[in-house]
Ligand binder design. Structure first.
Ligand code: SF4
Ligand code: SF4
Length: 263
């Protein structure tokens, strides 16, 4: 683990697992926003480059007591990111301004140490150069670079959107480091049709995400590993909260977890 630093702004996300329907709209908007090449053959796993994955959770019971939940998983932007200290060329770092963990593609040498170190399987390696089927290259956005074969990439909370929000604030003569709530949100948050994703500054008590993160129904994924994620999950169901920290059947938790999870 790296040295834990404190920042004035800590961008974070709260994800309500009782609101998420697993529709996948967040995944699609993430791919479009960040210029991830369209998937031509979903069975070719090595070509899948997703920054955000939605997992299905089950409570392990039979009908009529069976329940499912859907868990969208972006990068946790860990306060104590295990991916950062293992990188031999400082191609990934904890951003001093907003606590976002960066990925600097031109520096990455593709050793994949960071992938091994991340407990959330967030990072993906480009085994191939990205290919856009004819005509679909028109969907490329000018705000994000594409990544070549041989480098690792991952979710960065749509960092380019923060840059644009800061630029707008400068033009408007307001403080770019004191953006109003909603001035900067990642594409997935903007797209979610059920309002399951909430984004803002965890250090700002007026931001909804900060209130949700401190609420009684909030937990973090594998919290006991000590990575200090900046993504919080909300659920009013004990079995869901138990699965978030990988509580085993019989282990003391918030409820009685019997279920498993499936990607
Ligand atoms: S979730 Fe993984 S890739 Fe993201 S900051 Fe944490 S350790 Fe690094
Ligand atoms: S868009 Fe919203 S509801 Fe759909 S999968 Fe993502 S978080 Fe869930």
């Amino acid at each position: 683990m790296s040295e834990h630093k404190n920042f004035r702004i800590r961008w974070g996300m709260a994800i309500d697992l009782d609101k998420c329907t697993g529709c996948g709209a967040c995944v699609v908007s993430c791919q479009v926003e960040n210029n991830n090449a369209p998937l031509v053959d979903a069975s070719d796993k090595e070509r899948i480059v997703n920054w955000l994955t939605v997992y299905r959770l089950e409570n392990g019971k039979s009908f009529p007591d069976a329940e499912v939940a859907y868990l969208p998983r972006p990068c946790m932007q860990c306060g104590n990111p295990s991916c950062v200290p293992v990188c031999p060329v400082v191609a990934t770092d904890k951003n001093e301004e907003g606590g976002i963990v960066s990925q600097i593609y031109p520096r990455c040498i593709g050793c994949r140490y960071c992938m091994a170190a991340c407990p959330y399987h967030v990072r993906v390696f480009n085994w191939f150069d990205p290919v856009w089927p004819k005509g679909m290259e028109k969907t490329l956005t000018p705000f994000t670079s594409t990544r070549p074969r041989g480098v690792v990439e991952k979710c960065n909370f749509c960092h380019q959107r923060w840059d644009m929000a800061k630029e707008k604030a400068r033009k408007d003569g307001t403080d770019p480091m004191d953006l109003p709530e909603g001035a900067y949100v990642p594409a997935c948050v903007e797209t979610c049709p059920t309002g399951a994703l909430v984004f803002g500054d965890l250090n700002n008590k007026d931001h909804k995400v900060s209130q949700l993160a401190h609420g009684p129904h909030a937990r973090r994924l594998l919290e006991r590993l000590g990575g200090d994620p900046q993504v919080y999950y909300i659920s009013r169901r004990d079995w869901v909260l138990d699965l978030l920290d990988n509580h085993l059947a019989g282990e003391a938790g918030h409820g009685k977890a019997e279920g498993g999870h499936h990607g």
